[in-house]
Design a binder for this molecule. Structure first.
Ligand SMILES: [Zn+2]
Length: 228
């Protein structure tokens, strides 16, 4: 579904990916769980593009439901992969960041591996970088859910990709639950920073992307966050 001009949402089954389709680039934001590459390429095909048309893959963070199909997508397309420095390190080992309740984290660390991408194949972005998509896509460090977590904002279109910094899982814009948040204070700071951008589209990792919120909705959530 097109959620903004040239920006498409695809629900891989519990986690969202986004495609930015421009004349010079076809960009995927996040990749879903392992074995979702076929479904993502099928979706790309409905937009009139072959797998090899995919030029870039941006990673918000290295949780398996966001990087699970990264290796397969990268191999089939040759797309350039972009991620934060700590995420790139995790991805090169097929490992997940630490932010889950202890037992769950142990299960993840012990049993759940995803396809790795060699570190040399991953380009690193940093807070303050601007990527050449959607009229200039700003890279924002938004730690909290995981410590190496990035969001991407296009000021000219108002589209904000937030990964898991915000979600709409329960039908409204919210932060991820504290029990799966690495640093609650950081998560509040990041959410504040994102809401102050007054995005018109919030393309979240989970839940329906938010396209109909009012500036008031964002202000109300902003005021509900603890100030530190
Ligand atoms: Zn997630």
């Amino acid at each position: 579904m097109e959620i903004a001009p040239n920006v498409y949402w695809f629900d891989t089954g519990g986690s969202n990916v986004y495609l930015v389709v421009e004349p010079a680039a076809v960009v995927l934001v996040d990749t879903g769980m392992p074995r979702k590459h076929g479904a993502i390429f099928n979706f790309l095909q409905t937009l009139g593009h072959a797998p090899t048309d995919l030029t870039h893959i941006l990673v918000t963070h290295a949780d398996m439901d966001h990087v699970g199909s990264l290796a397969a997508l990268h191999e089939a397309s040759g797309a350039q992969v972009w991620a934060g420095a700590a995420s790139a390190q995790l991805i090169s080992g097929g490992k997940s960041p630490r932010h889950m309740p202890r037992v769950v984290q142990w299960i993840i660390d012990t049993f759940m591996k995803y396809g790795a991408v060699a570190q040399g194949q991953i380009s690193i972005f940093r807070d303050g970088d601007t990527l050449p998509f959607l009229g200039g896509l700003q890279v924002l460090a938004t730690p909290g859910h995981t410590m190496d977590h990035f969001s991407f904002f296009s000021p000219s279109t108002g589209v904000l990709f937030v990964g898991d910094a915000l979600n709409t899982r329960d039908g409204r814009i919210n932060l991820t639950p504290p029990r799966i948040t690495a640093d609650q204070t950081a998560a509040h700071h990041s959410a504040t920073r994102l809401l102050q951008l007054s995005p018109t589209v919030i393309a979240c990792g989970h839940g329906t992307p938010s396209t109909r919120h009012t500036p008031n909705d964002l202000t109300n959530l902003l005021h509900s966050l603890p100030t530190t």
